[in-house]
Design a protein around this ligand. Structure first.
Ligand SMILES: [Zn+2]
Length: 71
C-alpha cells in the first residue's frame, strides 16, 4: 500500500494518506480544515532509503567488484 505524506498549506498540518489506484490526489483534503490547498511531500522513510543507498559500505563494494558487477 503506497502511503503518501501531505502537508496542508492552509493550516500547516502534516498527514498521511493511503492512495489506491482509484483515489486521486486532487480529491485529498486536509483532515484538520478540509482544505484542498495541500501539497505532497516526500515521506521521511523513503527519503532515508534513498540516501542510504547512495553510501555503500566499503565491504559491500569490494565484494561486488570481485564478482564483476551487480548480479
Ligand atoms: Zn488544513
Amino acid at each position: 500500500m503506497p502511503i503518501y505524506e501531505f502537508k496542508c498549506n492552509a493550516c500547516s498540518k502534516k498527514f498521511e494518506t493511503i492512495l489506491t489506484s482509484s483515489a486521486k490526489v486532487s480529491e485529498v483534503t486536509c483532515p484538520e480544515c478540509q482544505s484542498k490547498n495541500i501539497q505532497k511531500t516526500i515521506s521521511a522513510s523513503s527519503y532515508r532509503l534513498n540516501s542510504s543507498s547512495g553510501s555503500i559500505p566499503a565491504g559491500a563494494l569490494s565484494g561486488c567488484s570481485s564478482k564483476g558487477g551487480f548480479s
